[in-house]
Each structure stands twice: as structure tokens, then as C-alpha cells.
Unconditional design. Structure first.
Length: 215
């Protein structure tokens, strides 16, 4: 990515600016994306060695030391890579849930060696709409955005609600943990029209029976 620098008027010193990091909401001390941290931590329950994790995520370009630090830090603050605050986010009117599916090319480490595989991955972003204070015509900003992804428990073809349970339970946990849900809040599901995305509406009616849900 491009890097710029400016003079800090208070200190008189040069400061480097990373436009892409600013757009994605990545802090200057945070050089690893949150989704990568979450995937690394998911390997803990699989009892994978650091070297196995490194081989599986070779495309990410990280070191054994980075993997070690992420896992060690998570032991003292398990949710540091999602949200550091326990204060729930207030929702003005509507909670927006954007969902999409894709195939990721990865390396699978086995006893026979490494092989290239494709994993069907579901990604969901949750937010409360546009940030009225930061929004501009040239740079629309989403307010209170969080997200989850699921790749290990997703079948190649989604056609039943049961197949959606792993990712939806993770999604519902995120919503209940970080957003202040009340009966008057409406939920808007956004997607490309895929049948499995439409099916999430039925599942959400069971989990949030008091809320209006739209697709």
C-alpha cells in the first residue's frame, strides 16, 4: 500500500500515514488483520503446532513469532481481536447484516505434504448504517462495524437451515455480545440473493422473535 507522511503541528516531527489501514480501521500498532487473528486462534482447539499453522496460512506472510504472540496474548484477553470494550453498541433504528460467500485458495498441510485446496467461506458484516458524523459523499463511512467468518464447517452447497447453524450461531453471539438489541430494533439482511442467504431470515425469526426482520 501507499505510505505518506506529514508534519505533526504539536511535535514538529514527521509522522507516517497508511491510508489503507485508516480506511479499514486498523490501528498503527496492529499489523495483522482481525480475521487472520481469529483464524489462527481457531487452530488452538485442533492442537496444531505453530509450524503447521504457518504452513496452512503461508499466503498470509507471517512468522512463527507472530503466531506465538497472538496465541499467548489471547490467553490473557480472549476477545482483544474482536472488541476491547464491554459496553454494548446502541442501535438507532436498524441493524444491518451483510452476508456473502466465496471460495478461498489455501494450503492444506497433511502427512503426505502440502496441497492446494479451496474452502467455501461465509463472511458476515454487522453495522448500524452510515456514520453521520464521518460520512462524506466521496468517502461513505459505516458506523459500529463488526464481522465474523466461517470456513471449517461450511459445506460446498448450502440449501438447508441446518447447514447454516455454525456461522449463524457465531453471528448471533456477536450481535448479543456487542449490540444493545431491543424489541423495537429492525434487522435488515443484505446479500446477493443466494438461497442460503434468504434462509437466514427464517433462522433469525426463531432467535429474535420480537424484532422485525427484512430481506
Amino acid at each position: 500500500q501507499e505510505v505518506y507522511y506529514k508534519i505533526n503541528p504539536e511535535t514538529g516531527k514527521e509522522e507516517y500515514i497508511f491510508p489503507l489501514d485508516k480506511l479499514l480501521g486498523i490501528e498503527k500498532w496492529q499489523r495483522i488483520d482481525n480475521s487472520v487473528k481469529e483464524k489462527i486462534l481457531s487452530f488452538i482447539i485442533e492442537k496444531k503446532r505453530y509450524k503447521d499453522i504457518l504452513d496452512t496460512m503461508e499466503h498470509v506472510k507471517i512468522s512463527l513469532m507472530t503466531i506465538s504472540n497472538i496465541i499467548k496474548n489471547a490467553k490473557t484477553d480472549e476477545e482483544y481481536y474482536i472488541n476491547k470494550t464491554n459496553k454494548k453498541i446502541d442501535i438507532p433504528h436498524t441493524l444491518y447484516i451483510q452476508m456473502d460467500g466465496t471460495y478461498l485458495k489455501m494450503l492444506d498441510a497433511t502427512k503426505q505434504g502440502r496441497k492446494k485446496i479451496k474452502k467455501h467461506t461465509i463472511v458476515s458484516t454487522v453495522h448500524t448504517g452510515f456514520d453521520e458524523e464521518k460520512y462524506t459523499v466521496k468517502r461513505p463511512v459505516i458506523a459500529n462495524k463488526l464481522g465474523i467468518f466461517e470456513m471449517d464447517n461450511i459445506p460446498d452447497y448450502l440449501k438447508k437451515e441446518a447447514n447454516l447453524k455454525p456461522v449463524l450461531l457465531k453471528l448471533f453471539t456477536l450481535i448479543e455480545t456487542h449490540y444493545n438489541m431491543t424489541p423495537n430494533i429492525e434487522i435488515m439482511i443484505l446479500g446477493d440473493g443466494a438461497p442460503w442467504i434468504k434462509n437466514t431470515k427464517n433462522f433469525m425469526h426463531q432467535y429474535f422473535p420480537k424484532n422485525k426482520i427484512h430481506y
